[in-house]
Unconditional design. Structure first.
Length: 123
């Protein structure tokens, strides 16, 4: 998974930001462009929101491909697949549970890379 160019780019970005660059949890998801933008105008609150598509399209595509591999392999012990399966059982549309799972995957991946970089600094 680390060998995808998009993930190498993400690893590079994480190392530049020195693990504290994405302090709010949603900052990394917003960087990838898979967050739902606010759709509020005055008293009306929008219900049907699409992803913002602000970040790297290569990163979004790679995340979608990784989620497709999760779906094909069905690893029952993985938290990402369990989340995906739960949303699918709730009747969510395909792209909704795929992007929700990508959101969860990105946060877990970031935490793993951050812990790895922190261990390299201490050594």
């Amino acid at each position: 998974m680390l060998f995808y160019p998009s993930f190498l780019y993400l690893l590079w970005v994480i190392s530049i930001y020195n693990a504290d660059g994405f302090t709010p949890k949603k900052a990394l998801v917003a960087f990838a462009g898979i967050d739902a933008p606010p759709n509020d105008s005055g008293d009306v609150i929008g219900r049907h929101k699409s992803i913002s598509k602000v970040g790297s399209s290569y990163l979004r595509r790679t995340l979608f491909l990784v989620m497709s591999v999760y779906l094909q392999n069905s690893p029952q012990n993985e938290p990402i697949y369990r989340f995906m399966d739960k949303k699918r059982a709730e009747g969510k549309p395909y792209r909704v549970y795929m992007m929700g799972s990508a959101n969860k995957f990105l946060r877990i991946y970031y935490a793993t890379v951050k812990a790895y970089l922190d261990s390299l600094e201490q050594a």
